[in-house]
Design a protein around this ligand. Structure first.
Ligand SMILES: [Zn+2]
Length: 316
């Protein structure tokens, strides 16, 4: 398993970029820029998912039967193994190279933060318990280990080729049931799916929302200064019940610590992991001001989250 590469090198170590190499009549023999493993160029192409056609930018990938050096920056499996080793058992090892990540219920995470102070950091994770579905990992780890592992996994996921991603090597589990990555990970095109999922009664595990920062604000509410990051809303989509109405979804996260948001800037790509919910005032209706607007009315759905730790917000 390897990352999609946007850069490679020729045999004489000249750097080449996926964006510009397509101009050459024939790609020369290529290597990984960092470890020298043989790679080939995959030109720009289209891909069909669920009846829709998407454009895929050109990139470099490993030649068959080759692998990156263990310490190469593009060695995803190696990086994943390292994350697992340092995760204090949060990532449970299954068969070789396969892992399981248990999504904790909100209450479990709260209990974890209460127990954290009593847990011995050096305590070794018991491999035998990894295979027991009923093993409670809550007693064995710190909240920070849980959140940091989630952060590292999500960062790594963002670097993978779409058809070669962590979906195949990390099984997500909640309450003993296997959860699909589609229920866990949402990009802006699927905000509506996330919003609907949050509206279900059993939506009780943490999910990851990816997006671009549109605004960072400080808002005074009930005598308290709170800080909020708003993500760019999804593209308006035709409402199923009325084609003159559009639905879009906005996402925002709140916290009381300004320093947690300081590294962020407008337009940054971020991933936010945690217990998202539909906002209490979860739909704002806006009537189009101009006759030229594509829709008569816009239903702005809102989902929101309170940050418990800075590691829940991941800048890509
Ligand atoms: Zn490499």
């Amino acid at each position: 398993m390897a990352a999609k590469m946007s850069v490679a090198a020729t045999i004489d170590r000249t750097k080449v970029y996926a964006e510009t190499i397509g101009i050459l009549p024939k790609a020369p023999p290529l290597r990984c820029l960092y470890c020298g493993a043989g790679v080939s160029f995959v030109p720009q192409h289209t891909r069909e998912i669920g009846g829709k056609v998407f454009g895929v930018q050109g990139y470099f990938r490993l030649l068959p039967k080759t692998s990156h050096d263990e310490r190469c920056t593009f060695n995803i499996q190696g990086k994943l193994d390292t994350i697992a080793r340092r995760s204090l058992g949060v990532l449970q090892a299954l068969e070789e190279g396969q892992y399981r990540f248990r999504l904790l219920a909100h209450k479990e995470m709260r209990d974890l933060s209460l127990h954290s102070s009593r847990i011995n950091l050096s305590r070794r994770y018991d491999q035998r318990e990894a295979h027991s579905a009923s093993a409670s990992i809550a007693e064995h780890l710190l909240l920070s280990a849980y959140l940091n592992t989630a952060k590292r996994v999500l960062q790594l996921h963002a670097r993978c080729q779409a058809d070669n991603s962590l979906r195949h090597v990390i099984e997500l589990v909640f309450n003993g049931l296997s959860i699909s990555w589609d229920e866990f990970y949402y990009e802006p095109e699927r905000y509506l799916a996330a919003y609907r999922w949050l509206g279900r009664k059993y939506a009780s595990f943490p999910i990851a929302i990816a997006g671009r920062v549109s605004k960072i604000e400080a808002i005074k509410t009930r005598g308290r200064l709170l800080h909020v990051v708003k993500l760019m809303p999804s593209t308006p989509e035709k409402y199923v019940r009325d084609s003159t109405v559009a639905e879009l979804v906005g996402a925002s996260v709140w916290c009381s610590q300004e320093s947690w948001l300081q590294p962020l800037q407008q337009d940054d790509m971020v991933l936010i992991f945690g217990y998202w919910a539909q906002a209490s005032a979860h739909t704002l209706t806006r009537v189009a001001r101009s006759d030229k607007a594509a829709f008569r009315k816009y239903l702005e759905r809102r989902m929101t989250m309170w940050l418990h730790s800075r590691s829940q917000i991941i800048r890509l």
